[in-house]
Design a protein around this ligand. Structure first.
Ligand code: HEM
Length: 357
């Protein structure tokens, strides 16, 4: 029977793919052995795995996540297994570390030897596209340079925009003794008051959580229905697209006195509509939740330590109630220490990941 060329393709693939897999395994093994010899590395302690896929660890971490004890659970793992240990997660080997030297190597000295990793890129692609958070290597260098220029332009030292959101919240905290102000923290500017897109904040929260879930499951997420995740992403994109359209429409406005926000500054470096939309999504996630969480953590900690509060107040007394200038801020050393201590005690982003490339 003549089966034609259609049978030939799978046969060739069947021969070539295992051959390619074996070759790349040998190559990885050789280069890893070379590195291990060169740096005299010792194998990390192995997490006591129960079951082949690391399901016990997934179960425990998910339980801790829902019980809001994830940070404590993570710290307890390091107390149990040491500063660096390895585990296997859905067949992928993960090395967990809080060893300062290792972190310095991954995020600093050997930065270009580590990438985002396919699992994270795949998980966040629908929401973040090809924005900065999704890039590594030379593409990251290029994109980072453009963003840095935009940051410099955006006069990030101007606090007016942040104060507009935070001051009413602090006023409420001062005058009301209930927990309601905490519930009102969602910044006014991000609420749906302009009718741009109904339910944007909720959709953003669900879309972010959906990406995390896809990250956890890796390719297994293909087996899980994701219609609602994709419709949340589409809703978020519609909101951001409206902002990009506004920014591009006013790009020709050369009124020098107008304060440019970050997106407007970025639009001076690129007019790629998709890129602007993706970067806007990233910046929303990177800036809004982190800053809000840090502020809440500081308020919580200062409430616990009245002597710290008294010292903070003493330090700003010379300003006589005026907002500090960027130059004043540099002099407010004790304020800076408190921000760092709050980040250390209650880290806003307690973990991060990279894949050896
Ligand atoms: C308490 C506040 C913040 C914390 C703790 C924080 C933390 C972090 C961390 C850990 C990363 C590295 C992520 C990674 O490499 O995987 C990061 C990246 C980033 N953050 Fe923040 N962030 C904060 C506030 C902000 C704000 C206010 C903005 C924007 C106005 C911002 C914009 C960015 C951007 C653009 C990146 C990507 C930078 C890059 O890849 O080089 N962040 N942030």
């Amino acid at each position: 029977m003549d089966v034609g060329p259609f049978c030939l393709v799978p046969s060739v693939l069947l021969l070539v793919v295992p051959f390619w897999l074996i070759l790349s395994y040998i190559e990885t093994f050789r280069s890893r052995s070379k590195l291990i010899r060169k740096h005299e590395c010792h194998p990390p302690l192995a997490y006591p795995q129960r079951g082949p896929l690391g399901l016990s660890e997934i179960r425990e971490s998910t339980k801790a996540f829902h019980a809001r004890t994830f940070l404590e659970w993570t710290c307890s793992q390091y107390k149990l297994h040491g500063n660096t240990f390895a585990s296997s997660y859905l067949r992928q080997t993960i090395i967990h570390t809080i060893e300062p030297k290792n972190i310095k190597a991954v995020l600093g000295t050997n930065f270009h030897h580590y990438g985002i990793g396919w699992r994270k890129k795949y998980a966040f692609k629908p929401l973040f596209g090809n924005s900065l958070f999704q890039l590594d290597g030379r593409a990251w260098d290029r994109s980072r340079a453009a963003l840095k220029a935009a940051f410099n332009h955006a006069r990030v030292t101007e606090f007016a925009a942040t104060e507009e959101e935070v001051d009413p919240f602090l006023d409420k905290l001062r005058t009301e003794s209930t927990t309601q102000p905490l519930l009102d923290l969602a910044p006014e500017g991000y609420q749906d008051h302009d009718g741009a897109e109904e339910g944007f904040l909720e959709a953003m929260k669900r879309a972010g959580a959906g990406c995390e879930k896809r990250w956890q499951l890796g390719l297994f997420s293909l087996l899980v229905p994701q219609e609602s995740f994709h419709s949340d992403v589409a809703r978020v994109h519609r909101y951001m697209e409206k902002r990009v359209d506004d920014v591009l429409a006013s790009a020709s406005d050369t009124n020098g006195s107008k304060r440019l926000d970050f997106l407007a500054c970025l639009a001076q470096h690129t007019t790629d509509w998709n890129q602007l939309r993706d970067e806007a999504c990233v910046l929303f996630i990177a800036a809004a939740d982190t800053l809000a969480s840090l502020l809440i953590n500081i308020i919580f900690l200062v409430g616990k330590y009245p002597s710290v509060w008294a010292r903070l107040r003493m330090e700003i007394e010379p300003l006589g109630g005026q907002s500090p200038s960027p130059k004043d801020l540099k002099q407010l050393k004790y304020h800076g220490y408190c921000v760092r201590e709050a980040l250390r005690l209650l880290p806003v982003l307690p973990n991060n990941s990279r894949e050896a490339s």
